[in-house]
Write a protein that binds this ligand. Structure first.
Ligand code: ADP
Ligand code: MG
Length: 701
């Protein structure tokens, strides 16, 4: 391959050299001219004006000053050693303080020269000072553009030590742009798209991101680069989506005895309109001859399980095996139980396979999967081990998808020889912009209606001091025949301490309720699965009245008689998780309650979370708020969002650009799927070079 200008190693840029080029790579991943050009500023500051020192008023806002150093002083020693400059202009003076790199700075800074100082002032004893400001000779700065929108680049401690702070990087950028002149890379969008969206040309946008000529051009430049990034991301996702749709799969033509006997004999309620609509969509997919790749989104309690079961029945009617994969053993056990009881009149063979299935039993199950004696298998991710073979796997249902990683979603679906149909259920209603990206390759059905008769769960925020009142409330309700959950946090970092809390919480409740002959259950991740199942069974059968548990029960557990959810240390949970936990109650006709318990002193953020939950029961609203608080990475697992590697666009903030870009990408694919039209030449060239590999992880089959 010919080395183009943009592939040149940064080593050869004036002012870099071998040592700095290694550092730039190690610290920021920048290797070539191109890498540097696409290393965008993360914010801009006003460097066009100088403030008089006597005009400084507020702390924590960047100021730029021009003046001289009149005094140099080193005080303290060891760790407390610091270098202090007295810096003055004609109106007053201010202290500049350095804790690090003292000898290095001292060597370069001279009295009686004019310097430009930039940083955020602090106020101490009503005197202003700036800690670790940028300081540079006025003389040297003259060559750099002094703008109202001066770019600020990320740097690191090591880079700063080597003179590559944000300013240092800007100098390199300047050098590079002088060198590249008009060589900026080719356009990668089509004229049509540029015109339609009134976008800046690529070269203009890239230039203005680093050296904005004015505010308008800067915002258009940012818009253009965000658009471009999201457009190619969506193009890639949508391409995958259509390719998936072309995967051949089994046609399920029969609606036969399994489905009918379930529907007419076992199903005790009328399906909601939303459930019917989703079933129709699934039915259509299963008849198409192509692989179903469908995501069903529905808030906790909206009735997704029934959808899965009816799909299993159709699969069985057509002579195929199906599999239900869930994230926890507890949930696997519960789904297995309800499936076996709902299908007790049928001759379907249903099996459970988890990490704690005994070896001999496991061997037998594997054999039966292979010879077709098992119709439906329920399991945890132990279902995706490579030694598991199915005779004719026709349908895979993944429940509570948000708990799985993408990789697991992908590897399960490779099992069958022809692609099995795939149905994914998720209760975390993800905001639309995220769904378009993370599940953008799937068809989406939404269950937007709750089964009838549900009462709104009453949510309250209480403090630890309200313990007695909470206990007597619980006692009251239990005497009326209802049941409750009490949840304790358990997170890995403080596992031991949390475990102690759980046990002492259990003992406290035990002491209180044993006086009233009320029996309790306890559940936590460290228990053996037999023990867990026993505890759950006692609770399901209403033999124990309170389930004291860690978040193992967060997903899926369904006990209609449980009407109270107490969450201890609620401030330690995220919004979506709290909403999921709350969803364990209010599953029948009983008026249900959720009590969020926290210490009295709370962070601002925690207060905000409690308020949202008290005020809202709408999963979408809550997930939007969660997204704003935590960002997409945390919501879907850092690994998944990290893989997208977005340079400038933000899935949370740029939802409107994303929507437009996705729409444009879809239009182009509709007209010219292979991008062979001359009009789409630049899109095709860029896509082929940069993107076809990138989103592979999203592909399901
Ligand atoms: P989720 O969507 O959280 O998985 P489930 O499938 O567990 O919800 O259903 C929640 C509860 O609602 C279950 O007890 C289920 O039997 C019940 N349910 C589901 N659909 C209906 C319906 N159409 N009418 C009445 N109850 C329903
Ligand atoms: Mg469920």
């Amino acid at each position: 391959m010919i080395n183009t200008f943009f592939d040149t190693s940064l080593e050869f840029l004036k002012g870099v050299g071998p040592i700095k080029s290694k550092l730039l790579f190690k610290e920021l991943g920048l290797k070539t001219y191109r890498d540097l050009i696409y290393f965008f500023p993360f914010r801009y500051t006003d460097r066009s004006k100088y403030l008089n020192i006597n005009q400084i008023q507020s702390v924590n806002i960047d100021v730029q000053l021009k003046g001289k150093i009149s005094q140099i002083e080193i005080i303290g020693s060891g760790r407390k050693k610091r270098l202090i400059f007295k810096f003055e202009d004609s109106t007053g003076s201010i202290e500049l303080v350095f804790f690090k790199r003292i000898s290095w700075i001292k060597k370069f800074i001279k009295k009686d020269q004019i310097y430009v100082v930039f940083g955020k002032p602090n106020s101490f004893n009503s005197k202003f000072s700036i800690i670790h400001p940028e300081i540079e000779l006025y003389e040297k700065l003259k060559n750099l553009p002094q703008q109202s929108f001066c770019p600020v680049y990320h740097s690191t401690e090591l880079l700063r030590k080597n003179n590559l702070n944000s300013r240092g990087i800007l100098k390199l950028m300047n050098e590079l742009f002088i060198k590249s002149k008009k060589l900026i890379e080719e356009e990668n969008l089509s004229d049509n798209i540029i015109k339609k969206n009134n976008l800046l040309k690529r070269s203009e946008a890239v230039f203005n991101i680093h050296f904005p000529e004015n505010e308008n051009l800067l915002s258009r430049a940012i818009y253009r680069m965000k658009y471009e990034e999201l457009f190619f991301l969506q193009l890639s996702i949508l391409k995958n989506k259509s390719i998936n749709h072309k995967n051949k799969s089994f046609k399920f033509r029969e609606i036969g005895k399994h489905f009918n006997s379930f529907f007419y004999d076992s199903l005790l309620f009328e399906l909601t309109g939303a459930q019917k609509k989703v079933m129709k969509e699934i039915r259509k997919d299963l008849l198409s001859g192509f692989q179903m790749n469908r995501l069903v989104q529905g808030d906790v309690g909206s009735g997704k399980t029934i959808i899965a079961i009816m799909s299993f029945m159709i699969c069985a009617d057509n002579g195929f095996q199906s599999c239900l994969m869930v994230p926890t053993e507890v949930l696997a056990f519960q789904h297995y139980n309800s499936l076996t009881s709902l299908c007790s009149n049928s001759n379907l063979n249903i099996a459970l396979l988890t990490g704690s299935t005994k070896l001999s039993e496991r061997k037998e199950i594997l054999e039966k999967l292979d010879n077709g004696n098992i119709n439906i298998i329920v399991g945890t991710h132990s279902l995706i081990q490579p030694n598991i073979k199915f005779k004719n796997l026709g349908l895979v249902v993944i429940d509570e998808q948000h708990k799985f990683g993408v990789a697991q979603r992908a590897s399960l679906s490779q099992k069958g020889i022809t692609s099995p149909h795939i149905l994914i259920l998720t209760a975390t209603p993800i905001p639309r912009t995220l769904a378009m990206t993370f599940y953008g390759d799937l068809d989406v059905s939404v269950i937007d209606e709750m089964p009838p008769g549900r009462k709104q769960i009453k949510t309250v925020h209480k403090f630890d001091k309200d313990d007695d009142a909470i206990l007597s409330f619980l006692l009251d309700k239990i005497k009326q025949g209802e049941q409750a959950y009490v949840i304790f946090p358990l997170i890995e970092e403080s596992e031991k301490l949390d475990y102690k809390n759980l046990i002492s919480g259990f003992n406290k409740l035990q002491n209180y309720f044993s006086q009233h002959n009320i029996s309790l259950s306890m559940l936590h991740g460290k228990m053996k699965s037999d023990e867990k199942n026993e505890q759950i069974e006692r609770f399901v059968q209403n033999k124990s009245k309170i389930m004291i548990s860690t978040t193992v029960i967060e997903v899926g557990i369904d006990v209609k008689n449980a009407s109270i959810m107490v969450i201890e240390n609620a401030e330690r949970f995220g919004l979506s998780q709290l909403h999921q936990l709350r969803g364990r109650v209010g599953r029948g006709n009983l008026q249900s309650y959720c009590i969020l318990k926290t210490p009295y002193k709370l962070t601002h953020d925690a207060k905000y979370r409690m308020n949202i939950l008290v005020e809202s029961s709408d999963g979408f609203e809550i997930s939007e708020a969660d997204l704003r608080l935590r960002g997409p990475g945390d919501m879907l697992g850092t690994r998944q969002s990290g893989m997208l590697n977005l340079k400038i666009a933000n899935l949370v903030k740029d939802g409107n650009i994303l929507t437009i870009a996705r729409h444009d990408a879809q239009n182009i694919l509709d007209e010219d799927f292979n991008l062979i039209d001359i009009q789409n030449k630049s899109i095709n060239r860029y896509f082929a070079k940069n993107l076809h590999q990138k989103i592979k992880w999203m592909k399901i089959s």
